[in-house]
Ligand binder design. Structure first.
Ligand code: FRU
Length: 601
């Protein structure tokens, strides 16, 4: 362990403030000094740098521009909420090895802010979990802010998950691509940041492909990332990796696609075999634009889709165009355009809509009438959905960011903010003349079952309560319930805990809806948009199956046939471990309940 010898002495003479901190590190002493300049800037000098400068963060503080003036790289300022009155948490600011003193400038600054006394040099950063609302099997960053999943791609036995990441605080900003890998989609290993901001801008959303034939010339099987450089304008850039995604090099001719539209982002590239071309779909205002390329580097405009189609309550973001099998027949396929919209979602804020139809290599044609809106998820917390490229056995696996721009920055966690949905396999089914998405949680999730309890059948005539779902309920569990309706108009289930916090769910068979009410689910007051009742359309059937995936701060409710999914965040003080079934207007039978405690083992 490193012995820290802090020697703080402040001399506030006129405008000069000087603080010196020394840290004994092997034979050389690391030192930090600060100089306040008249122009309102603080200059931090670091001699014999340690691995990190630990920065104290106060989320209510204004952002300061913190810039490492490193001679080897273009200086890109990071916007960091340095603590003024108190410290909410620390973030590590990585320092390069250097024999010369490192110079970090910060502005604007408050000379009296406590950050100057509390920042520290260190060779370690403790990211062990401190959050009771951290999910177990839904991916979350070890620390810092996360939004959209990016660059989902499979290579050599690994599922790669990149994501919109702020390593310098748990609120949105400083977009990097964070990175994690998994062999089974449920156990994730955190890897270092993959792509960092540069002179073209911060690194917004995009995707990755595997260049199996070395078409771009970066190498056979290169992993190529397409992302939006968000600077003065939004342009599309490339970075590539020839070491299984461990390090990325930016293409020296970036950006590769530029147009004059303010919201022009989130490229998604795929190979279209019938035309032998690569296609890039990009969100452009309230439509998508399609480009094609033969070499993965030069892109030509082909067409636009969206005007007059679907929901236009907000900006279109994060498109993904893919072909999916229909009615379980791998020989029969249709094209689906996944399209995220914010605001304008059915329950307010962000949501994913989709279009079904045909793509001929140039143009996407929607099979629905222009006013048709197809929602992918019937909860409030399912956004920026995209799918894995190059997944084995042709699997189409989608994942979403499990939050909503209405309150994502306010949810009651500090060390990190946001998690992803569980990965789900998607396909299409036909209803009347159109196709709709089917969703099933990936089968790998079942490997997490640690202990299982089965409850045999009973009839619900008014009310039936199970007082304890699991003897030791950690808050991460799956509930698999099969119902047979007899005469009920309402088939209800209310999950609750000893604090009286509850999530009420019910099939309203008159309204043809499955409804979830999280208004009394626990902590809800952090945003007026959080308390909500969400609903999904259901057909009247004699039997239903529900699969509920609970994970510390979320409920993902899958219809047994896969016809709807509802993803909602909840913040209960303790796990919901009791379940009340209730009926109205008649009775129903609970045929079976399987409760599976889930654990990463
Ligand atoms: C969607 C989004 C994208 C953008 C990214 C920025 O949530 O707004 O359009 O690339 O987030 O973080």
């Amino acid at each position: 362990m490193i012995k820290i010898r802090v020697n703080l002495f402040k001399q506030v003479t006129g405008c000069l403030l000087f603080v010196c901190m020394m840290i004994a590190c092997g034979s050389s002493e690391s030192q930090l000094s600060m100089e306040y300049r008249e122009n309102g800037e603080m200059v931090i000098r670091i001699f014999n740098p340690t691995r990190f400068l630990l920065l104290p963060i106060e989320e209510k503080a204004d952002e300061a521009q913190v810039c490492l003036n490193n001679q080897d790289a273009y200086p890109v300022p990071m916007h960091i909420r340095l603590a003024v009155n108190h410290v909410d948490y620390y973030v590590p600011f990585p320092l390069p090895e250097s024999t010369e003193p490192l110079v970090i400038t910060v502005h604007p600054v408050d000379k009296e802010a406590i950050c100057w006394d509390t920042m520290a040099l260190s060779n370690t950063f403790d990211d062990s979990n401190r959050e009771k609302f951290r999910p177990l099997y839904h991916f979350s960053p070890a620390y810092g802010w996360m939004n959209d999943p990016n660059g989902l791609v499979y290579l050599d036995g690994e599922y790669h998950l990149f994501y919109q990441y702020n390593p310098y605080g748990s609120m949105w900003g400083n977009m990097h691509w964070g990175h994690a890998v998994s062999r089974d989609l449920v156990r994730w290993e955190h890897l270092p940041v993959a792509i960092a901001p540069d002179e073209l801008g911060t690194v917004f959303s995009g995707n990755c492909i595997i260049d199996k034939e070395n078409t771009a010339g970066f190498g056979k099987n290169a992993m190529i990332a397409y992302y939006t450089s968000a600077g003065e304008r939004q342009t599309q850039s490339i970075a590539y990796s020839t070491d299984l995604g461990r390090t990325f090099t930016k293409y020296d001719k970036n950006p590769v696609v530029t147009v004059d539209i303010p919201d022009f982002r989130d490229p998604n590239v795929f190979y279209h075999a019938p035309t032998g071309k690569w296609i890039m779909v990009i969100a452009a205002g309230q439509e998508v634009q399609l480009f094609s390329s033969s070499d993965l580097l030069h892109w030509e405009y082909e067409s636009s889709f969206g005007e007059g189609y679907g929901n236009h309550g907000g900006v279109w973001e994060c498109p993904d165009l893919l072909e999916l099998p229909v009615d379980g027949d791998p020989g029969r396929k249709k094209w689906v355009l996944l399209l995220n919209i914010n605001p304008g979602g059915i329950f307010g804020g962000s949501a994913t809509q989709y279009f079904t139809g045909n793509f001929d290599g140039k143009t996407f044609t929607c099979e629905s009438s222009p006013e048709t809106v197809k929602w992918m998820n019937w909860g409030k917390d399912h956004y920026a959905t995209i799918t894995w490229h190059n997944a084995p056995e042709g699997r189409a696996i989608a994942i979403a960011w499990m939050s909503n721009w209405q309150y994502a920055n306010q949810v009651p966690t500090l060390q990190f903010r946001s998690a992803n949905s569980v990965p789900r396999e998607i396909s299409l089914y036909t209803k009347e003349t159109e196709s709709y998405l089917l969703h099933h949680p990936v089968k790998e999730l079942e490997e997490l079952r640690k202990e299982s309890v089965a409850v045999s059948s009973f009839t619900v005539n008014k009310s039936y309560t199970i007082d304890q779902l699991l003897a030791d309920n950690t808050g991460a569990y799956e509930l698999d319930i099969s119902f047979k309706n007899q005469s009920a108009g309402i088939i209800g289930l209310n999950l609750f805990n000893s604090r009286g916090e509850s999530v009420d769910m019910y099939y309203d068979l008159t309204a043809h809806r499955f409804i979830m009410d999280r208004t009394k689910s626990g902590l809800t007051g952090f945003s007026p948009d959080f308390p909500a009742v969400t609903y999904a359309p259901v057909e009247k059937q004699s039997a239903y199956r529900l699969r509920l995936w609970m994970d510390h701060c979320s409920i993902e409710c899958f219809d047994g046939e896969g016809k709807f999914v509802m993803t909602n965040l909840v913040f209960p003080d303790e796990p919901y471990n009791r379940l009340n079934f209730y009926s109205k207007g008649g009775s129903f039978e609970v045929e079976s309940i399987h409760i599976h405690l889930l654990d990463i083992h």
